[in-house]
Design a protein. Structure first.
Length: 319
C-alpha cells in the first residue's frame, strides 16, 4: 500500500516467550483492562477509511461457517472482510477449495477408507458430492466443495471483492492463468510463509498481491526480517506477524514485544507494505486496539464479526 505514511527508523529487537491463550469475549472498554502502553506515531485511522481496512477471514469466514465453501466466502464479503481459500488439485486435475490433507475432520460420517483419502485421490465428480457442512451442524448439511472456477466467478464483475489464496498442491503457472483468464488477477493475494514461493508467484502473476506470513520467537522473526531486508522486501505487498499472549502477574504480555512491532511497522511502511497481524487465540477488542495503537493496519482472524466490531469501535473513539 504505497499511500501509507513513510518514516525512517532502525529495527529494535528483543526476546519474548510466545504462549497462546484462549479466545475471550468482546470487551466494553478494553483500554481500561491494560496499563498504558507505547503507541506508534502512525495510526491506521488517520490513513485508511473504515471501509478500506483489510481483514482476512481465515478459511472463508473463520468460525462462522463451514470452511472453504461458497457460502463462507459470501459471508466474509458481506461482513466487509477478505476470505481465504485453501487450494488443492483433484485426481483429474481440477483445482478446488479444501484445507485438510484428508476427509476425516470435514466429511461427517465418512467411512474408514474415505477418511484416509484426500482431494488428490478423488475425481472432481466425486469431490463435488461430498457434504462438507454437516460436521459443523445440521443447518449446514449439503454444503459442497467449490472448484476454483466457481470461486473466481464470484470475483468477476465485483472489483471490491478480494480473495486470499493459500495453495497446498497447486501448479503456480496454472493458477496464474486461471486468475488472469477470469479477469481477477489484481483481486487475489497469494498467502504463504515460503518467501521463495511468493517471489515465484509474482513472476507469473505480477498484478496479484502477496501476503508473507510468519510466526515464531522474536529472534526468529528478527532473522526473517534481516533476510527480507537483503532483498528490499521484493515481491511482498503484505506481511503478517503472528502475535501470541502470555499471562503474567502484570497482566497480558504480547510476543513479539511492543518495541519489536513498532519497529517492524515503521520498516514495512517505508517499503509500502501492509502490516497485518494474527492475534493468535484471541478475539477480544483489547488486543485489536492494542495492535492498532502499535501501528498494525490489518488483521487475520477466525472471528471476523468480532474483529470488525472491534475495529468499528476503535474508529468511533477517534479523538
Amino acid at each position: 500500500m504505497k499511500h501509507l505514511l513513510k518514516s525512517s527508523s532502525s529495527v529494535l529487537l528483543s526476546a519474548c516467550v510466545a504462549i497462546a491463550i484462549p479466545a475471550v469475549c468482546l470487551a466494553a472498554d478494553p483500554a481500561a483492562d491494560r496499563p498504558a502502553a507505547p503507541k506508534s506515531d502512525w495510526n491506521v485511522r488517520d490513513h485508511l477509511p473504515l471501509d478500506e481496512i483489510t481483514v482476512q477471514s481465515h478459511r472463508g469466514a473463520g468460525k462462522l461457517a463451514p470452511e472453504n465453501t461458497v457460502e463462507a466466502f459470501l459471508l466474509a464479503w458481506k461482513l466487509g472482510t477478505v476470505p481465504e481459500a485453501d487450494l488443492r488439485t483433484t485426481k483429474d486435475d481440477v483445482i478446488v477449495a479444501f484445507h485438510d490433507a484428508n476427509f476425516k475432520r470435514l466429511v461427517k460420517d465418512a467411512g474408514p477408507e474415505l477418511k484416509t483419502k484426500g482431494i488428490e485421490d478423488l475425481d472432481w465428480a466425486d469431490v463435488q458430492r461430498l457434504d462438507v457442512g454437516s460436521w459443523m451442524g445440521p443447518e449446514f448439511a449439503g454444503w459442497r466443495v467449490p472448484c476454483l472456477d466457481q470461486i473466481l466467478d464470484l470475483l468477476a464483475g465485483q472489483p471490491k471483492r478480494r480473495l486470499y489464496l493459500d495453495i497446498k498442491n497447486i501448479d503456480l503457472a496454472r493458477l496464474a492463468d486461471a486468475v488472469r483468464s477470469a479477469g481477477v488477477e489484481s483481486q487475489v493475494i497469494l498467502a504463504s510463509t515460503d518467501y521463495e514461493l511468493i517471489r515465484r508467484w509474482k513472476e507469473v502473476a505480477p498484478a496479484a498481491g502477496t501476503l508473507h506470513w510468519m510466526g515464531g520467537t522474536e529472534e526468529e522473526l528478527a532473522e526473517r526480517f534481516r533476510r527480507l531486508r537483503e532483498t528490499k522486501f521484493a515481491a511482498v505487498t503484505q506481511l503478517q506477524i503472528h502475535v501470541r499472549t502470555q499471562e503474567t502477574e502484570q497482566g497480558k504480555v504480547i510476543s513479539p514485544s511492543e518495541v519489536f512491532l513498532l519497529a517492524a511497522g515503521r520498516e514495512l511502511r517505508e517499503h509500502g507494505i501492509l502490516f497485518q497481524s494474527l492475534p493468535w487465540g484471541r478475539s477480544d477488542a483489547a488486543v485489536y486496539w492494542q495492535l492498532m495503537d502499535l501501528g498494525v493496519a490489518s488483521f487475520a482472524t477466525d472471528y471476523p464479526d468480532l474483529t470488525m466490531e472491534a475495529i468499528r469501535q476503535y474508529y468511533a473513539r477517534k479523538q
